[in-house]
Design a protein. Structure first.
Length: 87
């Protein structure tokens, strides 16, 4: 019953000729939004692959790093994760 009332009010406000245009604009907006999300996900995955490739190429062995350097790196990464969570 409520949906019929809402549709009736929309019909009275916009008129019969404007409703198809309104529906078309809404559909285009929805499609554009989905495309933007897919594009952002694609870029995120691409950046992640590049980071993995870079880390794989320049990964030093643990034996060649002293304890202080490991602690400093762990502290730096913890700070980076904390800043990502704040966003």
């Amino acid at each position: 019953m409520i949906w019929i009332l809402i549709v009736g009010v929309i019909f009275l406000l916009f008129g019969g000729s404007k409703l198809p245009q309104l529906a078309k604009a809404l559909g285009q907006s929805k499609r554009s939004f989905k495309e933007g999300l897919e594009e952002a996900e694609g870029k995120g995955q691409e950046q992640q692959k590049k980071a993995v490739e870079v880390l794989g190429e320049s990964k030093p062995s643990l034996e060649s790093i002293d304890d202080e350097a490991l602690f400093a790196e762990a502290h730096r990464r913890a700070g980076l994760q904390g800043s990502e969570k704040e966003r």
